[in-house]
Design a protein around this ligand. Structure first.
Ligand code: HPA
Length: 273
């Protein structure tokens, strides 16, 4: 445990030596949103591979950079490239950056991702505000000795997606996309896309979208008192007449098409908080 905390402190001290300001808000960029990094001004870019103890992304197309700078005049940290359980990391490493953010002094975390749509009122390319999640098919990211410095052994998850931040997001989503989808994100470990029986089960359980990221980050952030907001891009429909066989190429293509709206929502949100 001490070893883990020492590693975190080493990482934090390295980052503090690179930047002369600490933003209150961090954004994790999901599939297709990487180009938001180009809109950051006064950017200080720190490649993950240069940061002591930081994991390095293995997913093609994920850049692997922390970016400190300004978006819409607000100080932000962008994480361009995240760590997924299916890549083979130890679970505590997939969320290592969240604890780094906490120790740096971050207070708000915006999680973005791509996911399959399980709500028939959605369309491919839509955005959805996450207001809850399902994750009991996966091992908890907080399994193992609790780190009391970060939070309690049995943390409540009622407000894992902060209600105040959701209220800020709702009108922005309606203005930018003409629709305000909001719902439950089901977390699956991947890397397989879901079977038809899994889709059926997730729909019965009340899920609106399904993906392979975000929940471990949201849980660790909530555990340590960082406020979380989540936005999903529905890159493929997995129910109803719009169903297609999911493929990574299609996911990337739809995420690219939805990118302009996605970026606009994120920018207006950052401006508003
Ligand atoms: N399932 C899981 N993860 C995903 C999907 C999906 O259909 N689309 C994008 N990420």
């Amino acid at each position: 445990m001490n070893d883990y905390l020492n590693k975190l402190n080493e990482t934090v001290n390295y980052i503090k030596g690179k930047v002369n300001f600490i933003p209150k808000t961090a954004i994790i960029l999901g599939s297709g949103l990487g180009s938001l990094a180009d809109d950051v001004t006064d950017a200080i870019v720190i490649p993950y591979k240069e940061i002591p103890n930081f994991p390095v992304s293995t997913v093609a197309g994920h850049k692997g950079e922390l970016i400190f700078g300004k978006l819409e005049g607000k100080d932000v940290i962008l994480m361009n490239g995240r760590f997924h359980y299916y890549e083979g990391y130890d679970l505590s490493m997939t969320t290592y950056p969240i604890r780094v953010f906490k120790l740096l002094g971050v207070e708000n975390l915006l999680l973005t991702n791509a996911a399959g749509g399980l709500n028939e009122s959605f369309d491919k390319g839509d955005l959805m505000i996450i207001n809850d999640h399902l994750s009991f098919f996966a091992e908890s990211v907080l399994r193992g000795p609790n780190i009391d410095e970060f939070g309690p052994r049995f943390p409540a998850m009622n407000d894992a997606y902060n209600k105040g931040l959701i209220e800020i997001l709702k009108p922005i989503m309606s203005e930018v996309t003409g629709k305000c989808n909001i719902g439950t994100y089901a977390y699956m470990k991947g890397p397989t896309y879901e079977t038809p029986a899994e889709i059926k089960a997730l729909c019965l359980l009340g899920a609106d979208a399904v993906g392979m990221s975000t929940v471990p980050e949201a849980v660790v952030a909530t555990h340590c008192g960082i406020k979380v907001a989540g936005i999903t891009c529905i890159t493929n429909m997995s129910v109803g007449s719009k169903t297609e066989v999911a493929s990574h190429e299609d996911v990337k293509e739809t995420a690219r098409k939805a990118e302009a709206n996605f970026k606009e929502v994120v920018k207006r949100f950052i401006k508003a908080i």
